[in-house]
Design a protein around this ligand. Structure first.
Ligand SMILES: [Zn+2]
Length: 196
């Protein structure tokens, strides 16, 4: 019933699966096709459920990915400028800046055309890899999962590439890209760091 107009709705208990967990909730359910309507009430119930899930199963909101030795070296060097800030925090901010600020901005995103063709970025695809993990907040996890889904890639790949792009950018020697990093992106990094 792909063309159902959902005209026959009743409020009832239903459930759905998110992140491999069952979400039980009350919603307007279509008597003809079984679809439910995602309205403000469902949104609120979902956020409550997500909050509880986050308390109980925090590891569900962790994302694991891999970085090459070169990427890791750049991360170490970068983190020397931020004493006392753990690498996981830096990685988390890299992901947030990339996905929240750069990804929605076509102009910013275009700057990476050159970055990802460079030697540095290429070096991230080879050599020895090490596992990294970041813990996301439920809302970020939800938002990034949807973004990855739209892009047709896994959340882990999206996170990994975001980190790699940021790491490649922060050591760019190209004049214009250096300015872009310092004037636009590093500022955002520092802004996120303040509230981390
Ligand atoms: Zn329907």
């Amino acid at each position: 019933m792909a063309n159902c107009e959902h005209e026959n709705l009743i409020l009832k208990k239903t459930s759905d699966t998110f992140f491999g967990e069952t979400f039980d909730f009350k919603a307007e359910v279509c008597q003809d096709c079984g679809a439910y309507i995602w309205d403000d009430s469902v949104e609120n119930q979902f956020n409550d459920w997500l909050g509880v899930l986050y308390q109980k199963k925090r590891t569900k909101f962790q994302v694991q990915f891999f970085l090459s030795k070169n990427a890791k070296d750049i991360l170490e060097e970068f983190s020397n400028n931020y004493p006392g800030i753990p690498n996981t925090t830096i990685l988390k901010i890299f992901v947030a800046v990339y996905l929240d600020i750069i990804e929605p901005n076509e102009n910013y995103k275009k700057r990476f055309d050159k970055v990802i063709r460079g030697e540095i970025f290429e070096s991230f695809q080879k050599g020895k890899f090490e596992k990294f993990k970041i813990q996301l907040k439920p809302n970020a996890f939800r938002e990034y999962t949807a973004m990855a889904h739209l892009a047709g890639i896994s959340l882990a790949s999206m996170v990994e590439e975001s980190v790699e792009r940021m790491l490649a950018l922060c050591v760019e020697t190209d004049q214009k890209l250096r300015e872009f990093w310092i004037q636009n992106i590093k500022k955002e990094f520092n802004r996120y760091l303040k509230v981390a």
